[in-house]
Write a protein that binds this ligand. Structure first.
Ligand code: COA
Length: 178
């Protein structure tokens, strides 16, 4: 498996993966109209193409052969006031395809998230995770994230509560001797 930066020509494949993983994660617990509305706003080749070209978004793709197995996106922007660490950046999206859950891809992707967060000069990672997404919360907790607050996340017309979690960017081990 390789993890690499996304480029604009990845738009269609990323849009497919992003829509599929969102649906797999949330469709069972939300109204179909809300899922459809959110997906129409958030996903599609045009939208992911814009994100891949956006200088404020870092997109990382986990790839096995021709298959995209997961992706993560870091996004510059204001952090909620409950995030107290220095130089914060949002871990905006973090998704692994269902058939690869529990196989270490998420850990590898998170290591690369830390490397890139460090590379772009940030010191604190924060994210919002749906309060009922127990698997994701467990994954983040074992990776050192702690609950620091909450905010509302709209899925269509459904105002969901996201827990906000944060931790320092992990120290990157450099290959270069000091
Ligand atoms: C969140 C995600 C990236 C984690 O990757 P993963 O490969 O599933 O992670 P892991 O299996 O290493 O860790 C998940 C942990 O949750 C535990 N877990 C699984 N189901 C659970 C549940 N229903 N309740 C609580 N914990 C659960 C697992 O046992 C594991 O903990 P362990 O290693 O101590 O046993 C992946 O599940 C995913 O992409 N989910 C769908 C998208 C998503 O929710 N993204 C986050 C949006 S904020």
């Amino acid at each position: 498996m390789i993890i690499r930066l996304g480029v604009p020509t990845d738009a269609a494949a990323l849009a497919e993966l992003a829509a599929r993983t969102f649906r797999d994660t949330f469709a069972a617990d939300s109204r179909p109209e809300d899922i459809a509305q959110h997906m129409a706003q958030a996903y599609g080749s045009l939208q992911q193409g814009r994100e891949l070209a956006d200088a404020n978004i870092v997109t990382l793709l986990a790839q096995r052969g021709e298959e995209l197995a997961g992706y993560a996106q870091l996004r510059f922007g204001p952090a909620p006031t409950c995030v107290e660490g220095n130089a914060p950046i949002e871990l905006w999206r973090f998704y692994v395809a269902q058939r690869w859950h529990g196989q270490g891809i998420a850990q590898a992707l998170m290591c690369r998230v830390d490397e890139d967060a460090d590379r772009v000069g940030t010191r604190t990672l924060w994210l919002g995770v749906w309060e009922r997404n127990e698997r994701a919360k467990a994954f983040y907790r074992k990776g050192g994230f702690v609950d620091v607050g909450a905010h509302v996340f709209m899925v269509g017309t459904d105002a969901q509560t996201d827990r906000i979690m944060a931790r320092p960017v992990a120290a990157v081990v450099s290959d270069t001797p000091k």
